[in-house]
Design a protein around this ligand. Structure first.
Ligand SMILES: Nc1ncnc2c1ncn2[C@@H]1O[C@H](COP(=O)(O)OP(=O)(O)OP(=O)(O)O)[C@@H](O)[C@H]1O
Ligand SMILES: [Mg+2]
Length: 663
């Protein structure tokens, strides 16, 4: 299995905190497959037995049949006087019991041939058994492992959906995703083969050593003298290779970051003529990556030859020591060294370096897998912050009277983001919220669908505290149109249908018409069946907004939250969006984080939020008359917007310039 040490050494190694607990928990996932695991263990023992017995059978072939046959012929030629050792062997004084039948001394050569033939057939049968058990063992283990991993992955996926937004603001989605996929694939590797290789490696080493020691313990100890060296060499080389690969991972990270930045920021790169500088710096990171890789590969490629060389040293010891004692006819450790014993020992020491390398290379992987499992379990143990009461009731159909009573909110304890918010929205009213960036506008509206909870005070809808009802019944009745709504890579129709999957085509089209999106959808290559790119790529920003308005319109929410986009779109699209919004807002209580003067003008109340507090409130005209914070905001921001809109309407209206929708 040393075929791929590179990939294995390349992986990140991390150490688990509590091996016992994590393994226990992982084992609980394996419980339904215990029968398969028992089968794997049995197969593993049979497989190891095949490995252990093969050298011994070769020894038997020599001692039981070949040596006596040769010696017999020799006697026949010499007239019953020959070398004492050969005579011993001829009497059946070899190191082994002859499994395939003793042949009495002095039998004709044919008798030995028959014995040898039986042994060869037996050997073939054993090889076949080894191949079958080996295959079956890996298959069964992978089968159980795949079932367990898929179950684990589904658990993680389901759990991620239960976690609150707070969790996602603490953890980056990219990190989370690569963590989960990496951890799962490390565990998968460990379960599918690393575990088996390591276990059977230990089993094999122990069994072979024990066999050698029982056959001839002095000879065995001499032959095994190289093993500690092999272990040390393997551990050192794989340690060095891992260190070098750690550097390559860092460097490849740099290379990827540069690639990603240059590709995503290609407009800025070209606009500021940074091509040459970028190529130069990419060349440098690439060179660093190359050097680190070469170093890592050097250690990896040195491992196998080193082990092989040590293996040859072991064979030399076995052959040299064994040969010397055999030729002198002396005993070693109390028994004669026969040719068969020597051949068996050569077979044994050849089988040693593989399991040693396996264990050394894979041990770290198993550790990483346990650490990965630990992280996955940590994730599964993460409790959602927003939890339903133990006896939530469903939210009754919403009329739309929303009251904030002395509401405070904070993301970090002791750092209030909202303070003493009091407000009342009557059914059907539109509440516009304006204020500088970071004032707490998004935080305020997020309290309604309980994306976050208040830290003091309460939020009620029709007199019902939002914390008393089930999340589903609450959120189903609240529509949210975000600044940059997420579109899924699915058809346009399915994107509109997202909040109401059972909507008919007619309903989808009606919603699109309300959102003024119908016309441009019709012009798409496949109309409503056009598949959108990731995050709605292929549509203009204005078109994406219209689609998200259609989506909100279709689910017909009783309460609407709208985080208006600041981005300016062309005036025709702007007017379409305005018209769509007016129709969407009509008849439902709405909270709009407003950037459009038109929305603010039409709002029943405008709340001016600064540093988490409402400092002014009233209708647009009232606020202007007060000449306070809002007045200044209007003069600096909205006044210009109004002039621009007026000017462009004149141009547009005169037919001189006609901006295409969604250009
Ligand atoms: N998930 C979060 N974790 C910690 N702090 C947050 C989180 N979200 C917002 N904040 C902080 O809370 C404050 C209010 O943020 P909020 O998003 O409500 O502002 P905003 O008024 O919507 O701003 P903008 O107009 O830029 O959208 C900011 O200081 C922000 O840094
Ligand atoms: Mg915001």
């Amino acid at each position: 299995m040393i075929g791929g040490p590179r990939g294995l050494l390349e992986q990140e190694v991390s150490k688990p905190r509590s091996v016992g607990r994590t393994l226990g928990r992982l084992a609980s996932y394996f419980r339904p497959f215990w029968l398969a695991l028992v089968g794997v263990l049995l197969l593993m023992v049979v497989n190891a037995w095949v490995q252990v017995i093969t050298p011994e059978l070769l020894g038997q072939a020599v001692d039981c049949y070949l040596t006596p046959a040769v010696a017999g012929e020799f006697f026949a030629a010499e007239g019953a006087q020959g070398m004492p050792a050969a005579a011993d062997a001829a009497q059946g004084a070899g190191s082994f019991a002859c499994w395939f039948g003793d042949v009495p001394a002095g039998s004709p050569t044919n008798a030995y041939m028959t014995g040898l033939g039986r042994l060869v057939l037996g050997l073939i049968a054993i090889f076949v058994l080894g191949a079958i058990t080996g295959g079956a063992m890996f298959f069964m283990m992978s089968w159980a492992g795949q079932h367990v991993l898929r179950a684990l992955q589904v658990d993680v996926f389901a759990h991620l959906h239960r976690l609150s937004l707070g969790f996602y603001s603490r953890n980056e989605s990219g990190d989370l995703m690569s963590r989960i996929t990496n951890d799962v694939s490390t565990i998968q590797q460990a379960i599918s083969f690393a575990l088996i290789q390591v276990l059977s490696g230990f089993l094999l080493l122990g069994w072979i050593a024990w066999n050698m020691l029982t056959l001839n313990w002095v000879y065995a100890l001499l032959s095994l003298a190289v093993v500690p060296l092999m272990a040390v060499a393997t551990i050192w080389f794989s340690g060095q290779a891992r260190k070098a690969f750690r550097v390559t991972r860092k460097e490849i990270g740099n290379v990827n970051a540069e690639l990603e930045e240059s590709i995503s920021g290609v407009r800025e790169v070209q606009a500021f003529s940074r091509e040459e500088a970028n190529i130069e710096s990419f060349r440098a990171s690439n060179a660093a990556n190359r050097d680190a890789n070469v170093r890592a590969v050097a250690y990896t490629s040195a491992l196998a030859p080193t082990l092989e060389a040590l293996g040859y040293v072991a064979i030399a010891i076995v052959a040299g020591v064994g040969g010397a004692f055999m030729l002198q006819g002396q005993t070693l450790g109390g028994s004669a060294v026969t040719l068969g014993l020597m051949i068996a020992f050569i077979g044994y020491v050849q089988r040693f370096n593989q399991p040693i390398a396996q264990i050394a290379v894979l041990w770290a992987n198993i550790q990483s897998a346990v650490a990965g499992a630990e992280r996955i379990f940590d994730l599964l143990d993460e409790r959602p912050e927003i939890v339903e009461r133990f006896d939530p009731r469903p939210m009754p159909p919403i009329e739309g009277r929303v009251v904030f009573e002395n509401v405070g909110a904070e993301y970090k304890p002791g750092e209030p983001v909202l303070k003493g918010i009091d407000l009342t929205a009557e059914p059907g009213q539109t509440i516009a919220i304006v204020g500088p960036t970071g004032a707490g506008k998004t935080t305020l509206v997020n309290l309604l669908p309980r994306f976050y909870d208040v830290s003091s005070g309460r939020v009620t809808i029709d007199g019902v505290d939002v914390r008393e009802v089930t999340l589903e019944s609450l959120r189903k009745q609240i529509g949210v149109v975000l600044q940059d709504s997420f579109l899924f890579s699915d058809t346009v129709a399915n994107n509109i249908r997202y909040g109401k999957p059972d909507a008919t085509d007619a309903e989808v089209i009606a919603a699109a018409q309300l959102a003024r999106a119908h016309d441009f959808i019709e012009r798409l290559p496949e109309g409503y069946n056009t598949v959108l790119g990731e995050r709605g790529a292929g549509l203009s920003q204005g078109q994406r907004q219209l689609l998200s308005i259609a989506r909100a319109a279709l689910s017909n929410p009783r309460l609407l939250i709208l985080d208006e986009a600041t981005s300016s779109v062309d005036t025709r699209t702007e007017r379409q969006i305005q018209a769509a919004l007016e129709q969407l807002l009509a008849g439902r209580t709405s909270f709009v984080i407003a950037h459009r003067l038109s929305t603010i003008r039409n709002a029943d109340q405008v709340l001016v939020l600064v540093k988490g507090e409402i400092i002014e409130r009233g209708a647009h005209e009232e606020l202007l008359a007060r000449q306070g914070f809002y007045y200044n905001l209007y003069m600096s921001q909205f006044k210009r917007q109004e002039q621009v809109v007026r000017a462009s309407q004149r141009v547009d209206g005169a037919g001189l310039v006609s901006a295409p929708a969604g250009a």
